[in-house]
Design a protein around this ligand. Structure first.
Ligand code: FPP
Length: 245
């Protein structure tokens, strides 16, 4: 990528950026195209954003690719999204690996065919030692489902009530090896959490843009990073305790 010299990064870049890639359907409708064309355009854009994220120094990128609620969409769209997941692995895995991207999955794989489950596991194993960028793909992911899954596993492991701390709960989530997201971006203007990282996002900063996901390019990501750098993260505290005296 040749942008590096032109890019003016803010002083502080968030380590972990999470994205709700919304608006693919509306992007397609605006052009008279089928919804799946919007999702395919979304994948094209993901490629640009991955490259830009690595260039901007983001260490963890989490993308919401398929929610536990998305199964309720028409069967053809669900099938199309599953095909996209398979195509991405078949066509992009080697390039991702060469570029030092470590793939991780958030969610449940059970409802995928066994062959595709194997491909996902293989992709995770192959890229396990890569450190350039950690890419969490939330697929068949729901924040509530994740918490239920964590509670089930804590009970299975025989944890006592006093063992259940916030740190311990975090260790049982799909994101156990990952810091909480600093910045959550949602494209297409919707002001909803949509069951995304509801535990991990407790103190994340939000950036919502009306831009549809296929058009959310590196320049807009950079704009989001600059806006993030202006935010004061107080985590429920006040900014300058001395002033209150
Ligand atoms: C939301 O747009 C988008 C999705 C539900 C799917 C996002 C998936 C991709 C971009 C493909 C990436 C996949 C992988 C496996 C990396 P929407 O359909 O809800 O848009 P709308 O609100 O305009 O209808």
């Amino acid at each position: 990528m040749t942008r590096s010299s032109e890019v003016k990064l803010p002083e502080e870049v968030p380590a972990h950026v999470a994205i709700i890639m919304d608006g693919n359907g509306r992007w397609a409708r605006k052009r008279g195209l089928p919804r799946l064309a919007g999702h395919r355009a979304g994948v094209e854009n993901l490629r640009r954003i991955l490259e830009a994220s690595a260039e901007f120094g983001i260490k963890y990128l989490t993308i919401y690719a398929f929610s536990t609620e998305n199964w309720e969409r028409p069967a053809a769209e669900v099938r199309g999204l599953i095909n996209i997941l398979e195509d991405v692995i078949d066509q992009e895995l080697e390039t991702l690996h060469q570029n030092g991207v470590q793939l991780r999955h958030l969610g449940r794989l059970e409802r995928l065919g066994t062959e595709l489950q194997e491909k996902v596991r293989h992709a995770i194993e192959l890229t396990n030692n890569n450190q350039q960028l950690i890419l969490n793909v939330a697929w068949n992911y729901g924040g509530r489902d994740e918490i239920v899954h964590a509670i089930q596993r804590m009970i299975e492991d025989g944890l006592k009530p006093e063992d259940v701390t916030e740190e311990r709960v975090s260790e049982y989530l799909y994101t156990s090896k990952c810091p909480d997201p600093d910045l959550i971006i949602r494209t297409s203007g919707e002001m909803r959490v949509s069951n995304f990282l509801i535990w991990q996002g407790a103190y994340s900063e939000w950036y919502v843009t009306p831009t549809y996901w296929p058009e959310f390019g590196p320049d807009e990501l950079l704009k989001a990073l600059h806006e993030y750098a202006q935010r004061e993260r107080r985590y429920g505290r006040i900014s300058d305790p001395i002033k209150t005296n």
